[in-house]
Design a protein around this ligand. Sequence first.
Ligand code: PLP
Length: 366
Amino acid sequence: MNNHVTVLEIDGSALAHNLDYFKQKLQPETKILAVVKAFGYGSDGVQVAKFLEDKVAYFSVAYAHEGIALREAGIQTPILVLHPQLQNLQAIVDYRLEPALYNFNIFSAFLELASNAPLINYPVHLKFNTGLNRLGFWHTDIPEILANIKDINNIKVQSLFSHLAASEDLNENNFNINQISNFTGIVQHFYKNLGYEPILHILNTSGVINYPKAQFDMVRIGIGLYGFGNDDKETAQLKNTHNLKSIISQIHEIKPGDTVGYNRAFIAKKATKTATIPVGHADGLSRKLGNKKGFVLINNQKAEIVGNVCMDMIMVNVTKINCKEGDEVILFNSQKMIQNISDISETIVYETLTAISPRVKKILKE
Ligand SMILES: *Cc1c(COP(=O)(O)O)cnc(C)c1O
């Protein structure tokens, strides 16, 4: 059992608000797939999925074992595994997960497994590369795909999908539109030859914001659920879901000339009071936040991080703050703080959120 005092509180009502925000941008019949990969963007994929189970049509994860964790927790909703590997196709079937098939290697292996079992109408998702050049079949692969599935009933093409390379960047508008139009062309081939119409989807969060006309049958929402749109205006409409908190373990009163932390990186110029907090780079706080770059909130006041971020701890300057050992410390509780941490860490909020390590206790508050 995780009884760490450093806790990530996941705000359930904020998750629900964010989901509703995207719902009202979509046609009533458009399905929502909630992306809960990477532990629900650094939170807790199982708790998030349980909370959203009745509200979304699909979940998706990157890897098979993430989907297995959801099934083992009792989640019954369909789960798309975005990046299956040969080694886990059997587990995917055992746990009723739905694989994205993205090349002939994985496609043929799955067809063989499906025919040996045999499986009947097992839902699979065909992923097409329309410009991201990461995962996916080429449009030129379509005839061979169709030839392989023409006379068999072991699998059913549950969906056709692709992924935009720069959906958040309107400078890349032409590229995005071109991807969407390539996808539409791919879909036409399947509609003509398949005899049924799979679910179609290409948009992630920023795609929904910038290209709502391309919502097709379903959209895949990740970062938006967790409170971030592509710009401050969109983000302001969303609510923060990730609140990282801890407590003060110890307070030190140090004299001028005393130093704090590894490499004696902080040198006190005057009498200084510091607080030690049980959260460090092993919990997901970048070392770039050390040496007064980052701060925490204690009793509503900013306390700068002094010295280097340690693996398990940080020290902050509380000289001017009325506080005591055991008091609550806020590492972040707003999108603004998360954005600020990301800026200082020279990264994007996706990385700041997903960096929160399994050591941190996760609690979803409804
Ligand atoms: C992670 C991922 C998403 C979610 O993207 P967001 O920008 O977080 O909404 C959607 N689709 C695919 C294929 C992904 O890998």
